[in-house]
Design a protein around this ligand. Structure first.
Ligand SMILES: *Cc1c(COP(=O)(O)O)cnc(C)c1O
Length: 377
């Protein structure tokens, strides 16, 4: 048997170069490891990139979601409509403040929330819509924003996959009431751990800053007083120095990811046993993930196992949030959604990152084709 010289290919990974390393080392040699100038500079660069008024950088994307929900004034008993096709943190942070996630079905072309099914879920208790730009593909924001306006709801975007994406020539991050990003190593850019909230509202901005640091502020006499239940969700200068350096390369990363996406589309076009995602008109995707679906859900696990045996780090994004044991045991035992459940049982995430090479993509696609020829004699 001939051995292919392919090392294990992870589903995602960071790209770090010497300039990133230098930027971090410079902070280590300086007086400020945290709450110094780099945090502010990173926030300004992010806001500028996304064409938003304000950015607040925090310790991770989950903390960013928590603060965004708190700043929005969401509280116990409020309902929030969102997609089940997301990382659990999107709705975990709603549960953390006592709000109730209401799951809307998804589209099968780009795996985003099905905007046409949101309105029927709105009740007098609904306070916000939380769209997730799944895989970096922007949701139908025109439709979502007009729905929100008509029903007086906030739009808080979980944009953790979508830094670098745009919708109708507007960068994701400057569109809804607040947009949340993560800088975990698999995302568009990294700070190790890190996150941010972007907004055009000065009111939200002030609340976010306040809640990021314990809800403490100075009174008229200059004493520290705590006036809201806040947290320590600060990010460090070490991390944000890396972020500043990474952000300079974001355009390059997004282009490289786009090429990977296009190569997959071309290589897999002839494989009739699977479907691949399509990108909506007037949008630029950040191409965070490449998720295929087996048309026959029974083939999903065998294909995933076959690819794993061939050193391809496939993954599942995502198990529907309501299917997690914690959700099943806490009020979501009977939730089923047609497209979401079908997707849940048929999705496979293929590797996608900026430095994934064409021969690696060809290797992955060859293995997928081989699986189906072996299994369809
Ligand atoms: C990564 C991610 C988060 C959480 O971000 P962390 O930085 O890992 O806390 C939230 N939502 C989505 C959709 C994500 O992909």
């Amino acid at each position: 048997m001939s051995k292919t010289k392919i090392k294990f290919i992870p589903y995602g990974r960071q790209v770090i170069d010497e300039s990133d390393i230098k930027a971090v080392v410079k902070v280590l040699r300086s007086d400020w490891l945290t709450q110094g100038p780099a945090v502010r500079q990173f926030e300004e660069s992010l806001a500028k990139y996304c064409n938003a008024e304000y950015a607040v950088a925090v310790s991770n994307g989950t903390a960013a979601l928590h603060l965004a929900y708190l700043a929005a004034g969401l509280k116990a008993g409020d309902e929030v409509i969102t997609t089940p096709n997301t990382f659990a943190a999107t709705t975990n942070m709603l549960l953390a403040i006592g709000a109730k996630p209401v799951f809307c079905d998804i589209r099968l072309d780009n795996y985003n929330i099905d905007e046409s099914k949101i309105e029927t879920l709105i009740t007098p208790k609904t306070k916000a819509i939380v769209p997730v730009h799944f895989g970096g593909h922007p949701c139908n924001m025109d439709k979502i924003l007009s729905l929100a306006k008509r029903h007086n709801l906030l739009v808080i975007e979980d944009a953790c996959h979508a830094l670098g994406a745009s919708y109708k020539n507007k960068k994701i991050g400057g569109i809804g009431d607040m947009s949340v990003f993560s800088f975990h190593p698999v995302k568009s850019i990294t700070t190790g751990e890190g996150g941010a909230i972007l907004t055009n509202s000065q009111d939200f901005y002030k609340k976010l800053l306040h809640l990021r640091t314990h809800g403490i502020t100075k009174d008229a006499d200059g004493f520290n007083v705590m006036t809201a239940l806040g947290y320590n969700y600060r990010i460090t200068d070490i991390q944000t120095a890396l972020g500043i350096s990474q952000l300079k390369k974001l355009g390059k990363f997004v282009k490289a990811r786009q090429q990977v996406f296009n190569s997959y589309k071309t290589e897999l076009a002839s494989v009739k046993e699977i479907s691949t995602p399509s990108i909506s008109k007037n949008t630029v995707s950040a191409n965070h993930l490449f998720v295929i679906r087996t048309k026959d859900p029974v083939k999903r696990n065998p294909l995933a196992n076959f690819l794993k045996q061939n050193d391809i780090g496939v993954n599942f994004h995502y198990p529907m949030v309501y299917s997690h044991p914690y959700y099943r045991e806490n009020g979501y035992q009977n939730v089923t959604l047609k497209n979401a459940d079908l997707y849940h049982n048929s999705c496979i995430t293929l590797p996608l990152y900026a430095t994934l090479k064409i021969p690696e993509i060809k290797y992955i696609c060859k293995k997928i084709k081989k699986f189906f020829t072996q299994n369809n004699p």
